[in-house]
Design a binder for this molecule. Structure first.
Ligand SMILES: *Cc1c(COP(=O)(O)O)cnc(C)c1O
Length: 372
């Protein structure tokens, strides 16, 4: 086993699912976003855990991510949170993925593919109510819904929108979300009034799960809260990802001697410096150089000097009893979480956890102490 690894606490993921289920109640289905390898955690282990905790379906952002789940034996519906490119069409049909559609062209292409291959393709109509990313204009939704409903090769499985500021508590953002939800409600009502069943109606991402019950509808799609980072303080989820390593070298350094590239740090006094085999090629941002602390034997020690491609250095202080081989927690667990790192760098935890590279093995823990 490599020294540097990610511990994936599936028991905490399960706990976070329970927090969401308690918040939304039993009616809405739970769709678990596992795009970007489940936000860096490992999609298959996360998906299997989610299924056993009551998830109804999954959401992905690349066709390959859906294929990976199908090959792992997952038969639950998989929502493809994007529009099909011509090169995606066959695989969408063969692997039974459910793409968004937002234009007549999306629908026509899928009809053609479904008829050619001889399968029915399930689609969700995506309405843009103010996110400005993908989706039809609200006034076009009814015509598109008709087109889907009149296409026997397609199954009209759902109607969705996405919220831009549901995770903000700023009053003007709350108002914006309510505005998006009311545009969405009107569009869905128009589809129903025309006698068309809009399928599963869904809008809620993490922020909406926490503070916009009106967004719950038939299904919720919270991602980041399930991985343990609440955009709104007080929601009791716990980070699932913990990054660990171990000291591979310790040396004495004299006052005035410098550490790492660029000589950005000089020892103010005689001290001992540890080297840890974690670097920016593992996904630890180089911008974090000199701005992070790691946990060793229940105490925090600062990173010093520049983070290198594969290694970084920690100041253990002059009188340490720490030895080579000692485990180090880089983030998560009892150390600072990915969300503290995100705050330090002025970004969001999503970016920190998605950045951890494939070269770092993911070790899943189902019950504290039992590894698989
Ligand atoms: C990523 C994504 C989500 C989940 O968002 P979180 O902020 O992680 O809760 C939900 N819906 C869509 C369309 C997404 O792209």
């Amino acid at each position: 086993m490599r020294v540097t690894k990610l511990i994936i606490h599936l028991d905490k993921f399960r706990h976070n699912i329970k927090c969401v289920q308690e918040r939304v109640g039993t009616h809405p289905l739970l769709c678990v976003p596992v795009k970007a390898d489940a936000y860096g955690h490992g999609a298959v282990a996360i998906a299997n855990t989610a299924l056993s905790a009551g998830a109804a379906c999954f959401a992905i952002a690349r066709v390959e991510e859906g294929i990976q789940l199908r090959r792992a034996g997952i038969t639950a519906p998989i929502l493809f949170l994007s529009l099909a490119s011509p090169q995606d069409l066959r695989r969408i049909a063969i692997y039974r993925l459910s793409p968004f559609v937002a234009e007549h062209q999306d629908i026509s292409r899928l009809v053609y593919t479904a008829s050619n291959i001889g399968v029915k393709i399930s689609v969700h109509l995506k309405i843009d109510t103010g996110m400005g990313r993908i989706g039809c204009r609200p006034e076009d939704a009814l015509n598109l819904a008709r087109h889907i409903a009149n296409s026997p090769a397609l199954e009209y499985s759902g109607t969705a929108t996405h919220l831009a500021v549901s995770d903000s508590q700023d009053p003007s953002d709350i108002q914006y979300t309510n505005h998006q939800l009311s545009i969405f409600a009107d569009a869905v009502a128009a589809i129903r009034q025309a006698g068309i069943d809009p399928g599963i109606v869904h809008a809620a991402n993490s922020g909406a799960v926490i503070q916009h019950p009106a967004a719950y509808q038939d299904m919720v799609r919270p991602g980041i809260v399930l991985y343990g980072y609440s955009p709104i303080p007080g929601f009791p989820v716990e980070p699932v990802m913990e990054m660990c390593s171990a000291i591979i070298f310790i040396k004495k350094v004299r006052a005035g001697e410098s550490i790492s590239y660029g000589r950005t740090w000089t020892a103010p006094e005689d001290t001992q410096i540890a080297t840890i085999p974690v670097g920016y090629a593992d996904g630890l941002p180089r911008l974090l150089s000199g701005k992070h602390r790691v946990l060793i034997k229940k105490k925090f020690y600062p990173l010093v000097g520049r983070i290198c491609m594969d290694q970084c250095m920690v100041d253990l202080g002059p009188n340490t009893d720490i030895r080579r081989g000692e485990p180090v927690t880089i983030f998560g667990g009892d150390a600072d979480s990915a969300s503290v790192i995100a705050d330090t760098l002025g970004t969001i935890p999503y970016e920190i956890i998605c950045a951890i590279k494939k070269r770092v093995p993911r070790i899943c823990i189902k019950n504290e102490g039992i590894r698989s």
